[in-house]
Every structure is written in C-alpha cells, then in structure tokens.
Design a protein around this ligand. Structure first.
Ligand SMILES: Cc1cc2nc3c(=O)[nH]c(=O)nc-3n(C[C@H](O)[C@H](O)[C@H](O)COP(=O)(O)O)c2cc1C
Length: 198
C-alpha cells in the first residue's frame, strides 16, 4: 500500500496544521485507468468504514462494491446521472453507500444516514492514506440502484463513491471537467462555521 501524495495546490489551507491525509483528500474526476486497483487498500478502506462510530453501535451501513469490468460496476455506472456518468466510469471501483434506516423488526434507525456518512468519510480517509483517491456522488438514480441490487425498502442507497488511483486532468474529455479539476479548492470561513467558541 502506498500513500497518496497530493500536489501543493490541492492541499487544504488551514490556520493550524491538520493530518496530511485530511488536508490531502480531494475529489478528482480523473482516475488512472492504467494502474491496477490495490486490493489491500480497498479492503483497508472498507475495514475503516466498519470501525466507524454509530448510534448505539447499530452500524447501519452496507456497501455494494463493484470493480471496473464487473457486472456490479456496470449496474452502478449505468445509473449515474448527468456529468457523473461521463467521468466516474474511469474509477477503478464504484461503491454504493447504503443506509439501513429500519431494522428487520421495523424499528426506525434515526441516525442511520449520519452513521453511514461517518463510515463513508472514514472510508475516504483510509483510502487516501492507502494511495487511493475517492469522489462521492449523490447524483445517481436511487430507485434504479435499489432495483438493480434487489434492496429491501429499509435499505436506502444514499451515495456512490468512485475509488481509484488519481489520473491526470488532461485525460478528461470535456473542457468544463478539466477546468473544475484544477480550480482552486474553497471552504466557508472558519468564523462562519463555528457558531459559538467561548
Ligand atoms: C453527499 C455528497 C454528494 C455529492 N454529489 C456529487 C455529485 O453528484 N457529483 C460530483 O461531481 N460531486 C459530488 N460530490 C462531491 C462534492 O462536490 C465535493 O466533495 C465538494 O465540492 C468538495 O470538494 P472536495 O471533496 O474536493 O474537497 C458530492 C459530495 C458529497 C459528500
């Protein structure tokens, strides 16, 4: 497993130093289709997700993992919407992040989507640490993915994460995507997100 190095212009600007993994994580649209997927890195990311915190340790997350070339990958990829359909099929793997919003006995799991988000975020950081990049998407046909994998109503596909070694911006077909790939990264000001800091 290698560690991803992120070019200085993609690094997060922070007022005090933060973990290299967090500062270096960003969401590319160009993935390297020549390099093989590091299987250990993918398993490590899933293990990291497995060990995320969750309400009452309910662990209301499931993952559908498709490697490029597989039928699972095709079924995820063909349900991506808009621009996502254009770029995401270069990723080495596509992972559907699924929330279990109700137990098999019918009890609502109130924090399911929050917990899934934590697991998915942990996945992305471990992937980054292991030399893979990730790009999460909300733009996909939820009902079509549900049907494609015969998910019960109590399971909600929430996002799809594209995973793989990062590629060159020049490999992107459209000028719009190429310019987004190199556009400066931005965030709301620190003062705007910390409401009270006494
Ligand atoms: C829940 C969620 C949904 C997203 N949906 C899309 C999407 O459909 N298409 C896309 O290109 N990026 C999508 N993104 C990626 C965000 O646009 C990206 O994370 C954000 O612009 C910050 O950029 P960064 O991840 O490079 O820091 C999504 C991210 C999240 C967390």
């Amino acid at each position: 497993m290698s560690t991803t190095t992120t070019s200085p212009d993609r690094l997060a600007e922070t007022r005090v130093p933060i973990s290299d993994v967090i500062a270096g994580r960003w969401s590319p649209r160009s993935f390297d289709t020549e390099s093989a997927l590091d299987e250990t890195a993918l398993v490590a990311a899933l293990e990291a997700a497995r060990w995320a915190a969750s309400a009452n340790n309910t662990q209301p997350w499931r993952f559908i993992v498709g490697r490029r070339g597989s039928d699972t990958y095709r079924r995820i990829s063909e349900n991506l919407l808009g621009f996502n359909a254009a770029w995401a099929s270069t990723a080495a793997a596509l992972v559907v992040n699924v929330a279990e919003v109700e137990t098999a006995e019918g009890t609502p799991l109130r924090w399911a989507e929050y917990d899934l988000g934590q697991a998915a975020a942990t996945f992305t950081l471990q992937a980054q640490k292991s030399g893979l990049h990730t790009h999460t998407m909300g733009g996909f046909d939820v009902d079509a993915v549900r049907r494609a994998f015969s998910l019960e109503e109590r399971f909600v596909p929430v996002t799809v994460t594209a995973v793989g070694p990062v590629g060159s911006p020049d490999a992107l077909q459209s000028e719009v995507l190429r310019s987004r790939e190199t556009a400066p990264r931005s965030r709301n000001a620190f003062e705007d997100i910390v409401l009270v800091d006494e």
